[in-house]
Structure formats: C-alpha cells, structure tokens
Design a protein around this ligand. Structure first.
Ligand SMILES: [Zn+2]
Length: 113
C-alpha cells in the first residue's frame, strides 16, 4: 500500500495524517517516507486540526466550483473548501475529512471562540 493510500485509508475513518520527522519535529506535506531535511525515516502522525487561513479564492472549474482556502496547520499547508465570509488570517479548523474521486476532500470552518 502506498503512502498516499494509507493517508486515504485514515481519512476514510475521519483521521487526517501525514509524514512526521521526529528528528526535526516537523510535518511534511506532500507526505514522504524520508525527511526532506535530515533523511531520517518518517512516521505517520495526526495533523493539527487548528490553523490559520492564509489564502482564499473562488474556483469556477467545472465540477469543482466553490470557495477554497489554503490553511497552515502545524507548519504544513492544505487546501480545503471554506465559506466565503471567512477572512484571511482568521483561525480555522479542519472540520471534515472525506474522499472524493480518490482524493482528499477537506472542509475548513472558522474556529468558534
Ligand atoms: Zn528530519
């Protein structure tokens, strides 16, 4: 089973994981078996669910319309759908993880205070 298949399998249980290097104390996205800093073997670890919205844009690509954001979670950047009214710089959380057409489908929401 490939690394990405393992990540999809975890996602199917609602758990979002990626490679983590214990030596560098660093998450990696895209995932990799080997750390891109120190060449140590990595292991899978749960991604932090709370992050910051860095960017937001509107997609008009057929079948993928909607508002998408780039969020930073523990040092890695992920793409997910987000409501239009969330502003850049706001604290967001990974609300839902799914699989759509064999790909990760992540939904962000604003972190309610
Ligand atoms: Zn490392």
């Amino acid at each position: 089973m490939s690394l990405f298949d393992l990540i999809l399998q975890n996602a199917s249980y609602g758990k979002l994981v990626t490679s983590f290097c214990v030596n560098c104390n660093k998450y990696m996205w895209p995932p990799n078996y080997i750390c891109n800093c120190c060449n140590s073997k990595t292991s899978l670890r749960k991604i932090k669910r709370v992050g910051i919205l860095l960017e937001k844009t509107q997609s008009n690509i057929l079948g993928r319309e909607g508002t998408f954001g780039i969020g930073e979670f523990g040092g890695i950047r992920l793409i997910g759908t987000i409501k239009e009214d969330v502003r850049i710089g706001e604290v967001i959380r990974i609300h839902e993880i799914g699989i759509k057409n064999g790909r990760l489908d992540i939904k962000f929401t604003i972190l309610s205070s």
